[in-house]
Design a protein around this ligand. Structure first.
Ligand code: PLP
Length: 392
């Protein structure tokens, strides 16, 4: 089987799993009948529909098992972005408009942009900062919550640095203050053990394509008793909480992906972390002026965010890509200028380092040989770039 895109005979190594993961073969196999003979609409009363509905319920059960939820607390969406928007819209629409919205400066744009949109419409919005290691300013959060109930949305783990926030503690504090708590756990589910029953989160977002299911399917966990108004109206699907005919094949695939993640989570976590640590220490040992962002913080086992001083991260990515290695940068290319990412900015990473940042994100597909290849390749690629750099 072809594991990765292979151009000619060039070796390829995919280390961009926080962007998206390969769909697991078991997931593809489970989805196929739902593109063929099992094509009914699950809402139909006849047998074509009835036989489909039970597969959706099975997937709901499989997702619930991965995060310690009840199946009826799971609604399927089209992606993590929709789940985040549903949570924020649904909470704001049903709470007093005077309640502020609290998030963090390093949350994903799929949370930050809806929050900033509420701000433009007159809602008080508070963005909590982080320290140099990307850890949340819990004192700042405490001060924001001391003012009274709020809608709070804080991510479980950061997509760029992998830094993990203490969601149990945060969610309990939000509830004590009388507010509602949403957590974007898109990067955490499938990588860390998550049990919603151990936390006080009211809502939690999941995205299929970050855990070896396809792009275009997500989940919003909604704790029993949580009041929410739907973002999508126009049908009674998902218990009236998300209208629209269900994407049956992808939902079935996501269920299988959750089962696979649950079965191998512990083993994957340890193996992937050992590979990530070897990659990181190898790079630090051979590449001068390299720093790992968030190294002192609790981090996802698969993510390494490294700043290489005095180079452009994009230039290094192109060099690596030419050598068959796929990673991603810590900066967004905005209107022709290389703006450092909002996450690195919030952490106070100096511009010379932020611009040269590369994120490596591993998965259960990553092998020892992949890490060896990156370690063999990176010092010379870096050396070439630094020779060309006017800053070095
Ligand atoms: N939240 C986080 C933390 C993410 O990393 C991403 C995707 O990168 C999203 C939300 C958006 O998920 P989706 O691509 O399913 O819309």
């Amino acid at each position: 089987m072809l594991r990765y895109r292979n151009e000619g005979n060039m070796r390829t190594v995919y280390l961009d799993n926080n962007a998206t993961t390969r769909v697991a073969p078991e997931v593809i196999e489970a989805m196929m009948p739902f593109f063929g003979e099992l094509w009914g609409n699950p809402s139909s009363l006849h047998s074509f529909g009835g036989q489909i509905a039970k597969h959706i319920e099975q997937a709901r059960q499989q997702v619930a098992s991965l995060i310690g939820a009840f199946p009826e607390e799971i609604i399927f969406t089209s992606c993590g972005t929709e789940s985040n928007n549903t949570a924020l819209h649904g909470a704001h629409d049903t709470r007093p408009t005077a309640w502020p919205i609290i998030t963090s400066q390093v949350d994903h744009p799929a949370v930050l942009e809806p929050c900033r949109n509420y701000k433009e419409r007159g809602v008080k919005e508070i963005e909590i900062g982080v320290d140099r290691d990307g850890q949340l300013d819990l004192h700042g959060l405490e001060q924001a919550l001391a003012a009274g109930p709020a809608i709070t949305s804080i991510m479980w783990a950061n997509n760029e640095t992998g830094v993990v926030f203490p969601i149990k503690q945060i969610s309990e504090r939000v509830k004590e203050a009388g507010g509602v708590m949403h957590c974007d756990a898109v990067q955490a589910v499938g990588k860390l053990p998550i049990n919603v029953a151990d936390t006080a989160v009211d809502m939690l977002s999941i995205s299929g394509h970050k855990l070896h299911a396809p792009k275009g399917v997500g989940v919003l966990y909604i704790r029993k008793g949580t009041t929410l108004s739907p973002l999508l109206r126009g049908g009674q699907q998902e218990n009236g909480r998300r209208a629209g005919t269900e994407n049956v094949p992808y939902i079935v695939g996501l269920g299988i992906a959750c089962t696979l993640a649950r079965q191998s989570l512990k083993e994957d976590q340890q193996r992937i972390q050992a590979l990530r640590n070897r990659l990181e220490s190898g790079i630090l040992a051979t590449c001068p002026d390299a720093h790992v962002n968030g190294i002192k913080a609790d981090r996802l086992p698969n993510t390494s965010n490294i700043s290489f001083e005095f180079i452009e991260g994009e230039a290094l990515l192109y060099q690596l890509s030419d050598l068959g290695i796929a990673a991603s940068s810590g900066s967004a290319c905005a209107s022709g200028s290389l703006e450092p990412s909002h996450v690195l900015k919030a952490m106070g990473v100096p511009l010379t380092a932020a611009r040269g940042t590369v994120r490596f994100s591993l998965s259960r597909d990553t092998t020892d040989a992949d890490v060896d290849y990156v370690l063999e390749t990176i010092p010379s690629a870096l050396e070439r770039l630094r020779m060309l750099s006017p800053f070095a």
